[in-house]
Design a protein around this ligand. Structure first.
Ligand SMILES: [Fe+2]
Length: 246
């Protein structure tokens, strides 16, 4: 199950003219506060994505050090769990393997969409799931320093990251949610397992699905929303990616 996104911002107005820059920023902020994500459409080739992202906060480099990362199938990476292949990605937040705060926003924009089925980025809002936790579950998620590791694909880049963080962390600017289906280190009988399973089910129940057109740009609040990806077959699919600090 998945539904269409509703938080969509057109960079052109009803006349087809570019939206005033201040109005674009204001509407972006309103939509982001309300929904936790914004999909920008009708984006001209001249749009400066890096400049727009700079307006949201400081940059957090990708694993390779590149500030603007490329998300596309990479040679020799098809056998591991990794964004740089054509396989599905399970629901997760970004940056649970950083010792510092996870990036606040993730921006992805489309250079070349996947032709044929698949390749959608999927998103779901954790805020209602956090709100329905009972006291014991909340204590577990806020009070336990869980161990996190990095993905196989990132390991292969030569990085072996291990961190300790709670799943839920209160911060002056909002609740931070960290989540992974496969990189939260725990025993099979750990009491976090049923919660992890429930959130995974919630994700596939609530997810919205982003089917990219060229130049579309998706930005989401990585403290609040989880993301995943559907598998695809077109190896020319190419997105670019920026991580932005709080
Ligand atoms: Fe990701």
């Amino acid at each position: 199950m998945s539904s269409s996104p509703i938080s969509i911002l057109s960079q052109t107005d009803f006349n087809g003219d570019p939206l005033d820059e201040e109005l674009l920023q204001r509407t972006f902020r309103q939509l982001m506060d309300e929904h936790g994500y914004v999909l920008m459409c009708n984006v001209p080739d001249s749009f400066d994505q890096v400049k727009f992202c700079r307006g949201l906060g400081g940059f957090v480099p990708n694993y390779t050090g590149a500030v603007v990362g490329d998300v596309r199938p990479e040679p020799g990476m098809d056998d591991v769990y990794h964004a740089g292949n054509t396989r599905p990605l399970t629901p997760h937040s970004e940056g649970y393997d950083f010792t510092v705060l996870p990036p606040r926003y993730i921006a992805l924009w489309c250079v070349t969409p996947a032709s044929g089925p698949g390749g959608e980025t999927t998103l779901a809002d954790t805020a209602p799931w956090v709100a329905e936790l009972d006291e014991r579950e909340r204590e577990l998620l806020e009070g336990t320093e869980f161990e996190w590791k990095t993905t196989e694909g990132v390991n292969r880049l030569g990085l072996d990251l291990h961190t300790k963080h709670p799943v839920l962390e209160q911060h002056a600017d909002g609740m931070i949610v960290r989540f992974s289906c496969n990189n939260l280190v725990r025993a099979d009988d750990d009491e976090v397992v049923p919660l992890q399973e429930r959130w995974k089910e919630n994700f596939y129940r609530d997810q919205i699905s982003i089917d990219y057109h060229p130049n579309d740009m998706l930005v989401w609040d990585n403290w609040r929303l989880l993301h995943a990806r559907n598998a695809f077959s077109d190896r020319s699919r190419h997105l670019r990616r920026i991580q932005i600090a709080n």
